[in-house]
Design a protein around this ligand. Structure first.
Ligand SMILES: Cc1cc2nc3c(=O)[nH]c(=O)nc-3n(C[C@H](O)[C@H](O)[C@H](O)COP(=O)(O)OP(=O)(O)OC[C@H]3O[C@@H](n4cnc5c(N)ncnc54)[C@H](O)[C@@H]3O)c2cc1C
Length: 451
């Protein structure tokens, strides 16, 4: 039997941060769009997450598109300091403004605001099960409705905001587009598990964000502790998958560490999920298709931060999509500027992340304390690497001084150099599809570099 079909200008798959941000920004431009999500309406916004969301990202989103930053009970805690503890007896502390948020409340507010725009339609409990291709162009999706019946939704452009599964991307054959991977490799995936816990008394981590290494975890894993209020915390663990750690049980390891640090805590919510741990997709567009947020692998591979990039990438997408709709050109070429913007914005984060993961795989954690204790890497250096988008730091001079452990210093230097090279290549992202193949070869070579 033939399935029902409907048409729209833009089909947005997923109503997470990327999908709702995109819908709002299209609504503001009076562009017709249908948003589908497999979840029930009341659950949209909920997601296993560390709940940290940088106010820098939400402030920029507000400046660009007027979407109000989290406020009132959408904010769990305003965080003021970040603490890194690579080994048990050494800690690096930085002033660091961030927030933990209530993802469900924030997500629900954004979802409700879609009602302000007559050009938008939201269909919850609609699960995308396939990508419809016609003449090598993405033209729609097969969607299973709540009642089990299939519906074909056709669109001029389909936008994949489905998170790490990338359900639309997966359904695009290489014959239609071979510029991005359809399924991520295991070694490009971070396994992760988190709990929201309540302590009987005020905990010791007020307004703190902590990243710690514990012996129970396989490298390059880390344990996070993010305050969510006087007696509430978000605690989790994650690591980039490799042959060495693929059989470790993330939930069990988490529980062991949590019980060690918070023996009396009550678990309020527990859940695990995966994140991407790689550079942004080499290309995020093809004829009739574009992807944002986790589906475009925009998660920062070191910090796991993907909420801000999801909100912002969707804003950048809305600019390009508006042009495409107004010009009636839905081709890869017409959407290409989005690739350039995203690589300029997130290429460095990805490059640094890849370099750090390579380093953590190559160097035992205990060796890092040496770098900090001897002042080879200082708090200022870390601050500059994380914040200034530059690795032109006195670290290089310090390393060149050839202190003890020359092999370790060489590896750190190689890691920083790799990040810098990826940054340079990101800024040279080809302005149109013609020069893409050469660029992709170069970036893939960087990814394979050993430290
Ligand atoms: C354990 C963990 C901890 C994290 N911690 C942080 C953190 O502290 N800070 C941070 O910034 N980021 C963190 N992240 C990452 C962050 O959660 C994501 O980057 C962010 O949610 C991405 O938003 P998105 O809209 O791209 O995807 P998602 O939030 O995953 O939303 C995707 C939406 O698509 C829908 N969908 C999926 N498949 C289909 C389908 N077939 N049909 C219809 N709908 C579908 C889903 O129901 C969902 O609503 C963490 C992630 C994990 C797993």
């Amino acid at each position: 039997m033939k399935s029902l079909s409907i048409n729209t200008d833009i089909l947005i798959v997923g109503a997470g941060p990327a999908g709702v941000s995109l819908a709002i920004n299209l609504g503001k431009r009076d562009i017709s769009a249908i948003v589908v999500d497999q979840k029930i309406k009341e659950n949209i916004g909920y997601k296993p997450c560390g709940d940290a969301l940088s106010p820098n990202s939400t402030r920029r989103l507000y400046e660009y598109s007027g979407i109000k930053q989290p406020y009132d009970n959408e904010i769990s805690e305003n965080l003021e300091t970040a603490h890194f503890r690579p080994v048990s007896d050494f800690e690096l502390s930085l002033e660091f403004k961030s927030q933990t948020v209530d993802r469900l409340k924030y997500g629900q507010r954004l979802l409700e605001s879609l009602e302000d725009y007559s050009s938008l339609e939201v269909k919850t409990e609609h699960k995308v099960v396939g990508t419809i291709i016609n003449k090598n162009q993405v033209v729609g999706c097969k969607v299973r409705q709540k009642n089990g019946k299939l519906i074909d939704i056709y669109a001029k452009i389909v936008v994949d905001c489905s998170g790490v599964t990338g359900i639309v991307r997966r359904g695009i054959p290489d014959s239609t587009c071979d510029k991005f991977p359809k399924v991520l490799k295991k070694t490009e995936t971070i396994v992760s598990y988190r709990e929201i816990i309540e302590t009987p008394n005020a905990h010791n981590y007020q307004k703190q964000m902590r990243i710690e290494y514990h012996d129970e975890m396989p490298p390059p894993g880390y344990f996070w502790i993010f305050s969510k209020g006087e007696k509430q915390l978000n605690v989790g663990v994650g690591w980039l998958l490799s042959d060495r750690n693929k059989n470790e049980n993330v939930k069990k390891i988490h529980e062991t560490i949590r019980k060690k640090i918070f023996p009396d805590a009550k678990v309020v919510d527990r859940a695990g999920d995966t994140l991407s741990g790689r550079l942004p997709l080499y290309s995020m567009v093809c004829d009739g298709f574009l992807t944002c947020g986790d589906a475009a692998t925009l998660v920062n591979p070191i910090s796991g931060e993907g909420h801000g990039p999801a909100l912002l990438s969707a804003y950048y997408a809305s600019e390009v999509l508006e042009k495409a709709i107004r010009n009636e050109d839905y081709s890869e070429k017409a959407l290409w500027d989005y690739n350039v913007k995203i690589w300029h914005e997130y290429g460095y984060d990805g490059g640094l992340g890849i370099a750090v993961h390579k380093l953590l795989n190559a160097v035992p954690f205990s060796d890092f304390s040496f770098l900090f204790e001897k002042g080879i890497i200082s708090q200022d250096d870390v601050d500059a690497i994380m914040g200034s988008y530059s690795v032109k730091l006195p670290i290089f001079q310090k390393i060149l001084k050839g202190l003890r452990k020359p092999k370790l210093l060489l590896k750190v230097a190689k890691g920083l150099l790799l990040a810098e090279r990826i940054k340079k290549l990101s800024m040279k992202y080809p302005p149109n599809p013609k020069r893409f193949t050469k660029w992709k070869e170069k970036i893939k070579k960087m990814e394979k570099k050993k430290i």
